[in-house]
Ligand binder design. Structure first.
Ligand SMILES: [Zn+2]
Length: 250
């Protein structure tokens, strides 16, 4: 297989009081145009459990309220499915989907997965805190939705070897990371994703689904450089610097 896994956040225009990061939002019109151009999409869970190969894969982090309408428009337009990574601590709060809405999406074939319990950086947590974040998010989502939780997307893409160990022990089948790349093997533990930013064109997103995409090569170089910055500055210093340059990261 060779699938490009896209990482979306909020879809549509955000009001000024919205807590979502505008840099990671994407217009509804461009979202639909991209899917009409690139063909029906699937979720990580569906791709793992079927013979689907090479379809674009949609993932949505944070459980923003706008994802409810986006998911309904996927169904209405026969544009496929996606995985929605949510934090039980945020579900039902202002700007976030409720459990009722998430159950509705699950009934429509969407997969509801874990984005940790509280949306904190796992790489900054002790082992005990990481166990809490991974275990209790999985249990609560499974309890509320009535479906298994098998995929973890670490908040801010921050995880470490301990995260991998614990997630394997708890029965997560894969971790959807924020490192750009192409998903090549259904059984690989770390699934790379392409972060979608507000100014990305439909052409750029569509070309990310092509073999040997020049955009993915460019993003890999950028990720390597920012990875070095995170390592040398530490998460907190890096965030401060990043906020000053382009705004926060969800
Ligand atoms: Zn997030």
């Amino acid at each position: 297989m060779a699938s490009t896994v896209y990482m979306f956040h909020a879809i549509g225009t955000l009001s000024s009081s919205d807590s979502a990061d505008v840099n990671y939002s994407y217009s509804n019109e461009k979202f639909i145009e991209f899917l009409k151009a690139t063909g029906p999409a699937t979720s990580i869970v569906k791709a793992k459990n079927s013979n689907i190969t090479n379809s674009p894969v949609l993932t949505f982090d944070d459980g923003h309220i706008s994802n409810y309408e986006a998911a309904l428009s996927l169904v209405e337009n026969n544009l496929g499915h996606g995985d929605f990574f949510v934090n039980p601590a945020m579900v039902g709060k202002k700007d976030f989907m409720s459990w009722t809405q998430l159950r509705e999406l699950s009934d429509l074939g969407m997969s509801i997965q874990s984005h940790s319990f509280d949306h904190i950086y796992l790489s900054d947590c002790t082992r005990k805190e990481q166990v809490h974040q991974l275990k209790n998010s999985k249990l609560e989502i499974e309890n509320e939705i009535g479906m298994g939780v098998f995929i973890l997307a670490p908040p801010g893409g921050r995880y470490n070897k301990v995260t991998e160990e614990i997630s394997k022990e708890l029965g997560y089948q894969s971790i959807a990371i924020s490192k750009p790349g192409v998903w090549k093997d259904k059984d690989q533990y770390l699934i790379p994703r392409i972060p979608v930013m507000v100014n990305d064109s439909v052409t750029k997103l569509s070309e990310c689904s092509e073999l040997n995409s020049k955009y993915i090569r460019k993003m890999k170089r950028k990720y390597y450089i920012t990875g070095l910055a995170k390592m040398s500055l530490g998460n907190k210093m890096y965030e401060k610097l990043r906020e000053r340059i382009i705004g926060g990261e969800k």
